[in-house]
Design a protein around this ligand. Structure first.
Ligand SMILES: [Zn+2]
Length: 655
């Protein structure tokens, strides 16, 4: 009496994608429960409850999307053609802070699962916030996933601090470990968004529960250069020093790694997720995949999140991986189709540290498989002379829409191109409603420079008033004489080299944004420190007391990003640069404190010196009183009212 199985697929071209790339023409696959019972001729010995004729079709392992952020499908097309930092810090993170909740995560995950199942994906590696909601939605959709709970040093939508994020990761892992479909993991976001303690704690957490660890490594050249500058070494040796490789690591990207780093990844058994579209779209570069494969690293293929791709199509991604390796290596034999398909299946499973359960069609592994129709117009004709031809057909010719059936863990998720576990219409409607809310939020933010500033600037100090006057003086000598004399008391003295970038906007009501980089100088003029600040100046002067002006509405924020970041984020109408050497004194004169500045302009190159006197104020009356004292002090410095500049140095720059 022959053995029994639940489902028997027959008459298929079976690609097992096992180590030896075994394939069967007119082959069969027997499935019992959640597992593959037999593949090839032995499968035909099974008596099946259900037989499915797969004539003219390919049966192969389900594809493995080795790196994604499933809920981000809801942010697809939100912001494109931007640099990584502007895209991430300017758009993704502010929107995520505002919108990401467990419901958002659940909806986005379902949308992604629907899209991935349609394109033949049965397993993916994820990293996001509220990862428990990703796990729930994925398990309900019947897909397999490595779910990474994000940990980073900034406040996140699901954790006000990294201690909270770590506690959340621990709790998530403890509850989901051993699940039939979900493998939980800690996901320290990236070395540049984590501290050494976070990396170490995550590695220890993963080791303690014997689960993988999911992270981003060496995505951009900037990241690697910063690591060299700050840590004195590139990214891979640095994270090694923090104990990261004590865990089973899945590292996304690894675009900028040298041969030594690739060998280290191999030696520590780390898997790599290659994300060709995302790396191209964000201009990060192309990972040295051929070299990694040559040195024996397990390289899978990932789509990354839909916000940076913008789809989750693994057929497209696999083809691109094969083509890019040839293009950048100048070698058409690099990453042949068979290897590319192995990356999308067995090697991907190895990269996720899940190759004992999925990634190839072998008895004992879970029944994660897809059926591909090769009779569509773009697929014909089919040749049979070269046995490798079928791999080329899948990688270079087939489209994700050729996938007709998808099974994961022995359960059908799609039959005849109809999804069985998700409602597409409902998902489409809910996603459009969510998009309308995000559009409205970003639209309201775009209304003012101040709101855009608050969205990325963190703490902002509002509404300060100050009285000030500024004038050209014939020489520095008179000013220094007064400073050194006994008419006033110097409380503090300092020197700076200041680089100001002024941005103005089409609507003058928005005011003017100044990005200032200060270099602190010692008495000998050597740089002892630096800081960067943003100031938004109101468009109008509040009031004038003779030549002394009362200014209002200056919003101050520490500048956490580069001038280039803000330029690309705010897209100003015009830019003007002022560079100056400044001596600054805090003085007391007639019982009132003032700042006195003695400036020499370097850019725009201007002869002579300028003196500026200013003081913070809190009422109109106080302003008037101070203005009177300022006028007196001003006369002492030898400044003549006719030489005052009412609108600052930027007007000199503009001329
Ligand atoms: Zn990513």
């Amino acid at each position: 009496m022959s053995a029994r199985c639940d489902i028997l697929l027959t008459n298929a071209t079976v690609l097992t994608l096992d180590e030896r790339f075994t394939m069967y023409e007119g082959g069969a696959v027997a499935i019992t429960g959640d597992a593959i019972a037999a593949v090839g001729p032995e499968a035909l010995d099974y008596e099946a409850a259900e037989r499915i004729d797969c004539r003219g079709r390919i049966v192969m392992p389900g594809l493995i999307n080795a790196h994604t952020h499933a809920p981000m499908s809801l942010l697809r097309g939100l912001a494109d053609d931007l640099r990584l930092d502007v895209w991430l810090m300017g758009y993704m993170m502010p929107v995520e802070r505002e919108f990401v909740t467990p419901d958002f995560v659940r909806l986005g995950t379902k949308l992604s699962c629907a899209e991935m199942i349609r394109s033949g994906v049965t397993c993916f590696a994820d990293m996001y916030y509220f990862e428990e909601a990703v796990a729930e939605a994925t398990a309900a959709a019947g897909m397999r996933a490595l779910c990474g709970q994000t940990v980073l040093r900034f406040p996140a939508p699901d954790a006000p601090s990294y201690e909270d994020a770590l506690a959340r990761a621990r709790d998530f892992i403890a509850r989901w470990r051993g699940h039939a479909l979900i493998v939980p993991a800690p996901a320290p976001h990236a070395p540049y968004t984590c501290t050494p303690e976070i990396l170490r704690a995550c590695a220890e957490l993963a080791a303690e529960f014997d689960v993988p660890l999911h992270t981003h490594l060496s995505e951009t050249l900037v990241e690697v250069e910063e690591s060299r500058r700050v840590n004195g070494m590139p990214v891979v040796p640095w994270v090694r020093k923090q104990g990261l490789f004590g865990a089973k690591v899945l590292a996304a990207h690894c675009v900028h790694v040298d041969e030594g780093e690739i060998r280290a990844l191999k030696n520590f058994g780390a898997g790599v997720a290659h994300n060709p579209t995302s790396n191209l779209k964000l201009g990060a570069g192309v990972a040295p995949v051929a070299k990694m494969l040559e040195l024996g690293v397990d390289v899978g293929i990932g789509t990354d999140g839909a916000a940076s791709n913008n789809d989750l199509d693994m057929f497209e991604e696999t083809r691109l991986a094969a083509l890019l390796a040839k293009g950048i290596g100048g070698d058409p034999t690099a990453v042949p189709a068979r290897v590319a398909l192995a990356m999308a299946t067995r090697l991907g499973a190895r990269a996720l540290h899940l190759d004992h359960i999925t990634g190839s069609l072998e008895p004992g592994k879970r029944a994660d498989l897809i059926v591909v129709d090769t009779s569509q117009l773009h697929d014909v004709p089919n040749f049979h002379r070269d046995p490798n031809g079928v791999y080329a057909q899948i990688v270079y010719t087939a489209k994700s829409t050729d996938v007709v059936d998808v099974m994961c863990n022995g359960r059908w998720l799609m039959r005849d191109r109809a999804l069985l576990t998700l409602d597409e219409r409902e998902l489409r409607e809910a996603a459009q409603e969510q998009a309308a809310r995000i559009d409205a939020f970003l639209g309201s933010r775009e209304v003012s420079v101040l709101q855009k500033l608050v969205a990325v600037g963190g703490a902002v100090e509002q509404e300060s008033f100050e009285v000030q006057v500024k004038a050209r003086v014939p020489s520095a000598a008179q000013v220094l004489k007064v400073i050194e004399g006994d008419e006033l008391t110097v409380i503090r003295a300092s020197r700076y080299h200041q680089f100001d970038t002024y941005w103005s906007f089409y609507d003058p009501e928005q005011g003017r944004l100044r990005y200032r980089e200060d270099e602190f100088l010692d008495d000998a003029g050597r740089v002892t420190g630096a800081r960067a600040r943003l100031t938004l100046t109101g468009g109008t002067q509040e009031e004038r007391f003779g030549h002394v002006i009362l200014f209002r509405s200056r919003y101050l924020a520490p500048a956490a990003h580069s001038a280039r970041f803000y330029r690309e984020y705010f897209r100003p109408a015009a830019e003007h640069v002022v560079e100056k050497e400044r001596r600054r004194w805090l003085v007391a004169y007639r019982g009132v404190e003032f700042y006195v500045h003695l400036d020499r302009l370097v850019e725009p190159r201007t002869d002579g010196y300028f003196v500026e006197v200013k003081s913070r104020t809190w009422s109109r009356r106080d302003a008037r009183d101070k203005a009177a004292v300022i006028a007196e002090l001003f006369a002492l410095f030898g400044a003549r009212p006719d030489d005052t500049i009412s609108d600052g140095y930027v007007d000199l720059a503009r001329r």
